[in-house]
Design a protein around this ligand. Structure first.
Ligand SMILES: C[S@@+](CC[C@H](N)C(=O)[O-])C[C@H]1O[C@@H](n2cnc3c(N)ncnc32)[C@H](O)[C@@H]1O
Length: 243
């Protein structure tokens, strides 16, 4: 495997990003979207690039056999200490998932595509381990979002929001994708789009300051559906079914 991996082994992701960064609004948005898209019940679920198990409270009550998969052992240990025996963990890279073909009823991958230099290879692996008729929820960072379009129009961003190629904002990676680029990859892997939600619609710091997280969460609830049709939000969640 030659792809460079964004390793979270030395990063206090939970403390620095989620707790110190006060991302209650973003955390709410991810939970809401996953709750809305994930099947209400099932047997085997795989959370790919699942980190410290932030979203496990959504899927653990719905699936009888849940596995969190991540490259960083530190994340897996945190997930295990939070959820114990209820949550299985497995270490490795998304580019070579250590699971049999068609093993899972459902797969989720949230806030991870932006780390993946080879999204097609990762989606192919997800499709491989999903059983026919199984569901995947995949989130992508959307390069064609309103703020990025405005920045580009004002000459403040070189990331061309309307071009289909993935774009990276900085040297450390952080890939942003055009929705149509991701949708083409899904189609190539026999993943049919059942629904899309536009997520984190109000994640600007200035909006958080003016309105506060609770009001933004309320507004988010109202717009995710419509925003999923327009696909102009910073994050797009897809519910996919394997043919
Ligand atoms: C931003 S975190 C998101 C974690 C979790 N999905 C969430 O939303 O809280 C990205 C995670 O992807 C993992 N990761 C990055 N590249 C990976 C790869 N190639 N294979 C497996 N995990 C990877 C990192 O270790 C990290 O835990």
């Amino acid at each position: 495997m030659s792809e460079k991996i964004t390793d979270y082994s030395d990063y206090e992701y939970k403390k620095i990003f989620w707790e110190k960064g006060d991302r209650r609004y973003e955390d709410f948005c991810d939970h809401l979207a996953l709750r809305r898209l994930l099947p209400k019940r099932g047997e085997k679920l795989l959370d790919v690039c699942g980190g410290f198990g932030r979203l496990a409270d959504v899927y653990l009550p719905r699936f009888t056999d849940c596995t969190l998969f991540d490259y960083a052992q530190k994340m897996l240990d945190l997930a295990k200490s939070a959820h114990g025996e209820k949550l299985k963990t497995a270490q490795g890279s998304v580019y070579a998932l250590p699971f049999a073909n068609g093993k899972f009823d459902a797969v989720s991958m949230v806030r991870a595509a932006h780390h993946l230099a080879d999204l097609p290879a990762a989606v192919a692996e997800i499709a491989r381990v999903l059983k026919p008729g199984g569901r995947a929820v995949i989130e992508i960072a959307n390069k064609r979002n309103i703020l990025e379009i405005l920045r580009w129009c004002c000459g403040r961003s070189k990331m061309r929001p309307f071009s289909l190629e993935p774009a990276s904002r900085n040297a450390r990676g952080f890939y942003n994708f055009h929705p149509r680029y991701a949708e083409k990859i899904f189609a190539q892997n026999n993943l049919r789009i059942k629904k899309a939600l536009g997520v984190s619609n109000f994640r600007l710091p200035v909006l958080k300051k003016i309105f506060g997280a609770p009001l933004l969460c309320f507004k988010e609830k109202l717009v995710q559906g419509l925003s999923g049709r327009l696909k102009l939000s910073p994050s797009v969640y897809y519910l996919l079914e394997k043919k």
